[in-house]
Design a protein around this ligand. Structure first.
Ligand code: IDP
Ligand code: MG
Length: 160
């Protein structure tokens, strides 16, 4: 059978994902990463870090006027987080679907928030919601050198 390799170097979409402090404290890091990994998406960057307040402010700058803003900053800086960049076709939309609605009560069973979280202020995980925000968030949290381009052996079986 003829093999076609022209897809190999195709640059797919990227998104920024963060496992919030409750995810680390509750020992869910492996399980949450597994949800993304098993869907066929590719991890291209990852680190564990304590979030500096000024980075948290930049990351959540769009929520500055909201009443939950200060609590949100306290939450996100309350312990280490795992930050990641994931790559794949329509990855932004796909990861948002895997993560589920912001309020765990609205999030469907089968989604991360629907299966593992109880409250909107402890919803375990962040994922970019648009190409523009994905680009800004990836640039805020990672340098170009920290993002790794590589081929994964299952790609011929995930993408036709
Ligand atoms: P998202 O994380 O699903 O994109 P956003 O509306 O962008 O949701 O809100 C950012 C984060 O702010 C949420 O994930 C949640 O942690 C927190 N948040 C949003 N709305 C509320 C609220 O009404 N009360 C407390 N925290 C909130
Ligand atoms: Mg958001």
């Amino acid at each position: 059978m003829e093999q076609k390799f022209h897809w190999r170097r195709k640059m797919r979409e990227r998104t920024f994902v963060m496992i919030k402090p409750d995810g680390i404290q509750r020992g869910l890091v492996g399980k949450l990463i597994k949800r993304l990994e098993q869907s066929g998406l590719k991890i291209v960057a990852m680190k564990l870090l304590s979030v500096p307040r000024n980075i948290a402010e930049k990351h959540y700058g769009i929520h500055k006027e909201k009443k939950f803003y200060e609590n949100l900053l306290d939450y996100i800086t309350s312990g280490p987080v795992v930050t990641m960049v994931w790559e794949g076709d329509k990855v932004i939309e796909r990861v948002r679907k895997i993560v589920g609605a912001t309020d765990p009560l609205e999030a469907r069973p089968g989604t991360i928030r629907g299966d593992f979280a109880q409250q909107i202020g402890r919803n375990l995980i962040h994922a970019s919601d648009s190409p523009e925000n994905a680009r800004n968030e990836i640039n805020l949290w990672f340098t170009n050198q920290e993002i790794i381009s590589y081929e994964k052996i299952d790609e011929t079986w995930i993408y036709e």
